[in-house]
Design a protein around this ligand. Structure first.
Ligand SMILES: [Zn+2]
Length: 317
């Protein structure tokens, strides 16, 4: 039997957890759905990743209102993916921050990504008609930006390419709390359809060098100890390395994409098949890995149509 496209069969609502990581720092997580981070400063609140639509963001805002009545002033985009950024308008923040790489990707492929992701994740794009358009940053930084939320110091950093070319982490140096975006996942399959797989492990080295003691991954539960943070980073590295290693070997042997896909699924399923969105991610992941293994430097743009063509080729549906 053929598999339903991407996450179209995934219609069951998840249970939300709103965990306190340090005084005034919270993780909004939902059993492997995209996470949102919250930092409460002296006068305002920073939100890291917004959910996919303004209607979906309302639940995040309700949780924030359970802990503070301060205005939401800042939104940070960990990267450009629609499922994380298109709820931004709900927060009414005056400042939206992204890396230069993220800004360039929004310009280049933001609209195609919106159309592609809305088709992949119907449950996460509930009330998609409430999205007013693409989310545009009004502050763009190159490598590092320090924001003072009153006395609270927030370091916003691009540590290198990995999940995308614009990956951004948010770091609270006093509390050793890290919001990693999709550079690190926990119990959820890394999506590598727009990735730089050769670079990703070195970027993870720089993430690890921060020595976080609390970590909010892109998907999965918040990690509440230094050991758990390290485990999530190493788990992500293992997946990226195993997947890309298998695809590189197949490409070097001259096998076609479908053969490499089947072989890589067979190798990875026993170890990672229980991670959230494994079946969804693998066709996209292997397709990008195969391109990169054969010398395509930048990920090709996914469109709703290309998504379906690829799925038909690899999954036969
Ligand atoms: Zn992403």
């Amino acid at each position: 039997m053929s598999k339903k496209f991407a996450s179209q069969a995934d219609l069951e609502e998840k249970r939300v957890t709103f965990a306190e990581l340090a005084p005034g720092a919270y993780a909004y997580t939902a059993e492997g759905d995209p996470n949102t981070g919250i930092i409460v400063g002296d006068e305002g609140v920073m939100v890291i990743d917004t959910q996919a639509t303004p209607v979906m963001a309302k639940d995040v805002i309700a949780r924030i209102r359970g802990v503070t009545d301060k205005p939401i002033t800042h939104v940070v985009l960990s990267h450009y993916h629609a499922v994380r950024v298109l709820g931004a308008s709900a927060y009414g923040a005056h400042t939206t921050i992204a890396s230069r790489g993220t800004y360039e990707l929004i310009v280049e492929r933001g609209q195609q990504d919106f159309e592609s992701e809305a088709g992949r994740f119907p449950r996460l794009f509930r009330s998609v008609e409430s999205v007013p358009g693409l989310t545009w940053p009004n502050i763009v930084f190159d490598e590092k930006l320090t924001v003072f939320l009153g006395k609270r110091r927030v370091e916003i950093m691009h540590l290198g390419r990995g999940h995308t070319k614009g990956d951004t982490v948010v770091w609270l140096p006093e509390d050793k709390v890290l919001f990693s975006g999709d550079l690190v996942e926990f119990g959820a399959t890394p999506y590598t359809g727009d990735a730089y797989l050769t670079d990703w492990p070195a970027t993870l080295d720089r993430v690890k060098a921060l020595s976080p003691e609390r970590l909010v991954p892109g998907r999965g539960d918040a990690l509440m100890s230094a050991a758990a943070c390290a485990q999530a980073i190493e788990g992500t590295r293992a997946f990226v390395t195993d997947m890309f290693g298998s695809v590189k070997a197949g490409a070097a042997a001259g096998r076609d994409l479908k053969a490499v896909y089947d072989e890589t699924m067979g190798r990875l399923a026993p170890k990672y098949g229980n991670w959230v969105i494994f079946e969804h991610c693998m066709p996209f992941d292997v397709t990008r890995a195969y391109d990169e293994a054969r010398g395509t430097v930048d990920p090709r743009i996914w469109t709703a149509e290309r998504d379906r063509d690829m799925w038909r080729q690899l999954e036969g549906a």
